[in-house]
Design a protein around this ligand. Structure first.
Ligand code: XIL
Length: 390
């Protein structure tokens, strides 16, 4: 057991406070992570936070592995954008979630506008996956093999894949991914499948159809692009995750979490509601063993995708545009700290955690036994420190 560094030294060493991944690992989760993108990696202040091993232990490329970038024209593969993020993850000992192989969006028109026979499109999918997942073989903890195949009512979304192949495009993709990267966890990933309903029920049917076709699916990724004040209840979040596990997959994850305001700027009360919503999602993941981790879809409002896609909306992440932590950060950190110590929720804002160097990606098994006492001591100490945040 490592001894606690004196608290003053910890505060000084960390300029206060990065800790989300370390606390998540101490609570028995595999990671707390953030998506990133190529352009942002030129922003030194941004990179400092993303590479803090206490704060983030996992990353996902926001764009670089999508079909549009990896096979922009037929037979011509390009990995420069995806490789930059994969190498960044490796250099910083972060778990890499890979995203995504078959998706109707950001799909080059040579695929979406072609008129294909079943055999031709099957071969196009298999070739794409053999190349892209083959290129990243051994580097991805998980692949989002198929992304967003469903409509809100649980029917299949219209896409070139569904139009030509029907739902069989899904097992075709999962079998190709299993062959190309046998060690990667294979996920179905979608939004609005975080709580029970038509789309969650359809996700269960997808799991079943992959298995019936003799394919392998390991996980369900719940994107969790949520809205402040409309986040599902913890019990509904847990029920959805438990339903996926009951359908025979081994893990689930929140893969693209952000909780946006429908109108801006947020009020102080709105920021507190957002904090509660983030706490709810964090608690749900902690309550379900199969939930391996949480990825936020970037960590700062400076680089969120929301304002581009939902004009007038935003402020969805844990850090604001100037890299200041929002109440939602404090809420997530406090929920994780309470779980890490096994204690009651902290009564004051936690502001730091032990210094550590990243020695490698933490394993999936519970590290709480190793770290628990240390965190409990830290927790007790911090309870008697004045809060440094309003
Ligand atoms: C988004 C990226 O963040 C944007 O930069 C890009 O312009 C559009 O795609 N669901 C997904 C992600 O699975 O790939 C999307 O990412 C967000 C919604």
């Amino acid at each position: 057991m490592r001894l606690l560094t004196p608290i003053a030294a910890l505060l000084a060493a960390h300029g206060a406070s990065a800790q989300l991944h370390r606390l998540a690992a101490a609570a028995g989760k595999m990671y707390f992570g953030s998506a990133t993108d190529n352009g942002e990696l030129n922003d030194a202040a941004y990179v400092r936070i993303l590479t803090d091993p206490n704060e983030f232990g996992q990353t996902t490329p926001g764009n670089g592995q999508k079909w549009q970038f990896t096979q922009p024209s037929r037979g011509s593969f390009s990995y420069s954008s995806g490789d930059q993020i994969a190498n960044f993850a490796k250099t910083n000992n972060m778990i890499l979630r890979c995203h995504t192989l078959v998706w109707h969006s950001q799909l080059p028109s040579w695929v979406s506008s072609g008129s294909w026979t079943k055999e031709q499109l099957t071969s196009i999918i298999e070739t794409h996956i053999a190349n892209v997942a083959g290129h990243y073989r051994g580097q991805c903890y998980a692949w989002d093999v198929v992304n967003e195949a469903l409509n809100e009512d649980g029917t299949f979304r219209t896409s070139v894949f569904y139009t030509v192949l029907g739902e069989s495009f899904i097992p075709i993709a999962f079998k190709a991914a299993a062959a190309a990267d046998p060690d990667a966890k294979l996920y179905y990933n979608d939004y609005n499948i975080e709580s029970t309903g038509a789309k969650q029920a359809a996700t269960l049917r997808i799991i079943d159809s992959i298995k019936r076709a003799g394919g392998r699916i390991d996980g369900v990724g719940m994107q969790a692009h949520l809205i402040v004040g409309s986040t599902p209840s913890q019990s509904s979040l847990e029920a959805a995750m438990n339903s996926y596990v009951a359908a025979g997959i081994s893990e689930v994850a929140y893969t693209e979490l952000d909780i946006r305001f429908r109108s801006l700027p947020p009020t102080a009360a709105g920021l507190r509601t957002q904090a509660d919503d983030y706490a709810t999602v964090t608690r749900a993941c902690l309550a379900v063993d199969a939930c391996v981790g949480i990825t936020i879809w970037d960590f700062t409002d400076k680089y969120s995708w929301i304002p581009n896609t939902f004009p007038g909306q935003g402020a969805a992440l844990l850090y604001d545009e100037n890299f200041s932590k929002k109440p939602a950060w404090t809420a997530v950190s406090s929920v994780l700290a309470a779980a890490a110590t096994g204690g009651p929720g902290p009564s004051t804002t936690l502001t730091t955690v032990t210094t550590t160097t990243r020695t490698g990606a933490p394993g999936p098994t519970c590290t709480a036994a190793k770290w628990g006492k240390q965190y409990f001591e830290l927790f007790l100490t911090l309870r008697f420190l004045p809060s440094t945040r309003a």
